[in-house]
Design a protein around this ligand. Structure first.
Ligand SMILES: *[C@@H]1O[C@H](CO)[C@@H](O)[C@H](O)[C@H]1NC(C)=O
Ligand SMILES: *[C@@H]1O[C@H](CO)[C@@H](O)[C@H](O)[C@H]1NC(C)=O
Ligand SMILES: *[C@@H]1O[C@H](CO)[C@@H](O)[C@H](O)[C@H]1NC(C)=O
Length: 391
């Protein structure tokens, strides 16, 4: 109190004396400064209450964009993690820190999701031949017991269950395949394939590409449109926010650590099981297109490539991708697919946006695809002739 009392008279007199002592017209400049300062304060208070969202608003504040302004705003209060989230984080962190150890015995698990018989067993047989000990095959046949023509597929069926398109049963089948494939400690990379998938390269090429990649190939992009974030339901809160929601094709290829994390996850899996399904909350959410892309982009965004090594042609923009008939299968088609080195995603808004990324394999631009779909069974002989895998 004492200090304040002695200070006040002094500063009052300074204010009174100073303007007069410097021969300037009093009042004019201070009024202008006070007016200007109040304008700036109102502006900043508004900016604090309504933070700028669009880039145009950022430029009003600073030509350097939003960073400058947002840096000094206090961070929005972070939510306290639940017990489940903390448990999940520690398990995931430790699994991600397990080093990859490759040896002569390391194998790739080829996991086939099919309703029944596989029309391309003959082609796969040619692909696998001579590479025994470097791969293992798992078949999840959801409708009827397949008839096999290749010894590599004999007795490789796992216990399966019904799969309904769009429902969590599709993810359950993927997890069932992963669990069985993880039983073999030599399996280091896990590829999910469908009955209409074919290999595009020789076994050695595929083996080196997958085993020596420092990432998993999980397709993932942000689609703000109705077939992307439009399928998100607020019921997934608080663990999965709309800004975290991603989309991608289900045909993944992942490292052992990532496969283990998928096995360990119950928290995010249960949110998608309960709140991402056709018809729920007035949305048409498809669990197998959103669960893994969203999950990995949340827990290990730098560990996934964001594209799938399985090519599919959506360019006709119909409900289903292009299916190749025998007449479509030519050397030119295979050359075209195997030379693609850009990953393209198209958003589903009315004014769709095309997202183009180079396919970077360990930092090097390389062709994106090892497998392709969808091929009609009638194409098997033509494919076998065209793709002889150097035999
Ligand atoms: C994949 O996308 C995420 C953003 O969703 C990004 O953080 C990550 O770096 C991307 N991965 C690669 C390998 O570029
Ligand atoms: C291959 O790509 C070229 C260039 O895009 C195209 O003109 C041609 O029709 C394609 N060929 C086949 C068989 O798809
Ligand atoms: C993979 O390798 C590239 C090139 O060395 C590097 O830029 C990238 O960060 C690596 N990614 C991971 C997940 O280790």
């Amino acid at each position: 109190m004492k200090g304040a009392q002695t200070w006040r008279p002094g500063s009052m007199s300074d204010l009174q004396i100073l303007p007069g002592s410097r021969h300037r017209p009093p009042l004019k400049r201070p009024t202008w400064i006070i007016f200007f300062l109040s304008l700036v304060s109102i502006f900043l208070v508004c900016a604090y209450i309504y933070p700028p969202k669009g880039s145009a608003a950022c430029y009003v504040f600073s030509s350097r964009g939003c960073k400058v302004l947002t840096n000094w705003l206090p961070p929005s209060p972070t939510r306290e993690s639940s017990d489940e989230e903390i448990a999940s984080q520690v398990v995931i962190r430790d699994i991600l820190n397990i080093p990859t150890v490759l040896s002569e015995k390391s194998k790739i698990a080829f996991m086939f999701l099919t309703p029944s018989s596989l029309p391309f067993e003959k082609l796969w047989d040619m692909f696998f031949r001579g590479h025994e000990g470097k791969f293992s095959v798992y078949v999840h046949a959801s409708k009827e017991k397949p008839v096999h023509v290749s010894r590599y597929f004999l007795n490789r069926e796992i216990r399966s269950d019904e799969v309904v398109w769009g429902k969590i049963s599709m993810v359950d089948a993927e997890r069932r395949l992963l669990a069985r494939a993880l039983e073999d400690p030599d399996n280091q990379h896990f590829v999910l394939l469908s009955d209409s998938c074919v290999p595009l390269h020789s076994f050695d090429y595929v083996y080196d590409y997958l085993m020596h990649a420092n990432m998993s190939f999980v397709d993932c992009f942000l689609d703000p449109g109705p077939h992307g974030n439009g399928r998100y339901s607020d019921h997934m809160l608080p663990e999965v926010e709309k800004k975290d929601f991603r989309k991608g094709a289900q045909w993944f290829s992942m490292k052992r650590q990532h496969a283990l994390i998928v096995m360990a996850d119950n928290l995010y899996y249960s949110r998608f099981r309960d709140y991402c399904k056709p018809g729920f909350d007035g949305k048409n959410c498809i669990a197998d297109e959103h669960y893994l892309p969203t999950f990995f982009s949340m827990i290990d965004p730098g560990g996934i490539a964001n594209w799938s090594v399985t090519h599919v042609d959506w360019s006709e923009r119909k409900w289903h991708p292009k299916s190749y008939k025998a007449q479509d299968v030519t050397e030119g088609l295979l050359q075209n697919i195997t030379s693609i080195d850009l990953s393209i995603h198209v958003t589903s808004e009315a004014k769709s946006v095309k997202l183009v990324q180079p396919c970077l394999w360990n930092g090097i631009k390389r062709p994106c695809y090892l497998f392709a779909r969808k091929f009609y069974p009638e194409t098997v002989d033509k494919l076998t002739t065209l793709l002889n895998f150097g035999l």
